[in-house]
Ligand binder design. Structure first.
Ligand SMILES: *Cc1c(COP(=O)(O)O)cnc(C)c1O
Length: 403
């Protein structure tokens, strides 16, 4: 059947999206899905034949392409091949998976770790395995989409609290029936604004109301804490988070997700979380790469120091040039533009000067808060950062985003 003759809601949705995308492309404002053909160190990439400075990377410690990590991946392929024999519970577990989980457990200083084949699948599956009908899940309004989807899929009462607003969280917790199971979930570092959850306060509220605490460390591992161990190290509060979730796709240059927790919780998740039971194991190359990356972070502490210095330079430099960077304290630096079109226009101006940076628009962020979402890494050098900021500044003045 010709799909064009099905004049229904599905077709309408498809048409609307295609028209929106084509409209943006016609104005030369479409910057998504650009293929990178070459990495030149961690801070430069070749895109459409042009060498560009990279300010949109999640590889915060500059570990993509690290020789030790690459060779761990190659060795894993030589030893185990490219796939597994299925799901972890049946024939898919390799000794390499066990080793990876032990490496992460040592890094996060916990009893046990379970890994999944993506961070998205981890949140979806873990939240919906932990809570269900009659339970309550409390989620920060700026939490990542994978958390929101996990909450919705769980069927639990889904309660959202205002972003990092602890008074509001307390009111919401107080409203839930006494005796009901409660789970509070937040990102450690918020992926759009770069700010950090008020962990001390969340922990005290969870204790007061008997709630479980789950924190998504996608952007905090390798970024927060003197040795990059994440948010508990940053606040000097060891083992206060029940469910420490993380990804293997950002600072860790691989793919996958994990939960670090008490041994009994891990046993439960191995037998109750559907993404573990019904989806294939991590491929050997990715498990090997991730395993080595945690070791590299501990062996090369200069990367964390350099990331901190670069982050300070980038945030302070953009502020000094008049930009609003919200409350960020981390390598994720929002450069506010206002309306969506202004974020697109600023992206176009700076990309033409070979700065690879991307816009974030509504509905991913609130209307009127469209921005460049710039990231800085340990792979950048101070003079490059200065140059990039000058380019952003010049474009921002031209567009009257700053004076
Ligand atoms: C990227 C991200 C995820 C999803 O991880 P993937 O490994 O890319 O699937 C989950 N949570 C947060 C906060 C993220 O930024």
């Amino acid at each position: 059947m010709n799909i064009d003759i099905r004049d229904d809601a599905v077709n309408q949705r498809v048409d609307e999206m295609v028209q929106r995308v084509e409209g943006i492309k016609r104005e030369d404002l479409y910057y998504f899905n650009q293929p990178i053909s070459e990495l030149e160190g961690g801070a430069r990439v070749r895109v459409n034949g042009r060498l560009m400075s990279m300010y949109a990377s999640y590889s915060y410690l500059g570990l993509v392409g690290h020789p030790r990590i690459n060779s761990a991946a190659k060795n894993a392929v030589d030893k185990y091949g490219t796939g597994t024999h299925g799901v972890r519970s049946l024939a898919g577990t390799l000794d390499l998976h066990v080793e990876l989980e032990e490496t992460i457990a040592a890094f996060k200083k916990v009893e046990g770790v379970i890994t999944y084949s993506s961070g998205y699948a981890t949140n979806l599956s873990v939240v919906s395995a932990l809570v269900g009908r009659h339970d309550y899940v409390f989620s920060d309004k700026m939490n990542h989409a994978s958390i929101v989807d996990g909450c919705l899929m769980s069927g639990a009462n889904f309660v959202r609290f205002r972003h990092n607003d602890m008074q509001h969280l307390e009111e919401r917790l107080a409203d839930a029936p006494a005796g009901s199971a409660k789970l509070v979930i937040a990102d450690a570092v918020f992926s759009m604004d770069g700010d950090i959850i008020d962990l001390p306060k969340v922990v005290s509220l969870c204790r007061k109301y008997g709630a479980w605490l789950m924190i998504d460390e996608a952007h905090s591992v390798g970024v927060l804490g003197a040795t990059g161990r994440g948010i508990e190290e940053h606040f000097g509060m060891p083992d206060v988070i029940d469910i420490k979730m993380g990804t293997l796709s950002k600072t860790i240059p691989s793919v996958g997700g994990y939960v670090a927790a008490k041994k009994d919780v891990i046993t439960y998740l191995r037998h109750a979380s559907r993404a573990y039971i019904f989806s294939a194991a991590l491929p050997p190359a990715q498990a090997g790469a991730a395993n080595e990356a945690f070791k590299v972070i501990l062996d090369e502490p200069w990367r964390i120091e350099k990331l901190c210095e670069n982050t300070d330079q980038f945030i302070n430099g953009l502020k000094a040039r008049g930009f609003d960077t919200l409350m960020t304290e981390t390598a994720i630096v929002p450069v506010l533009c206002g309306a969506d079109e202004r974020a697109f226009a600023l992206t176009r101006e700076v990309q033409r000067k070979d700065i690879f940076v991307l816009p974030v628009i509504s509905p991913a962020v609130p209307e009127g808060l469209a921005r460049l979402r710039a990231t800085v890494t340990a792979a950048h050098e101070p003079d490059e950062i200065e140059k990039a900021m000058d380019i952003i500044h010049k474009a921002g003045r031209k567009l009257e985003i700053v004076q």
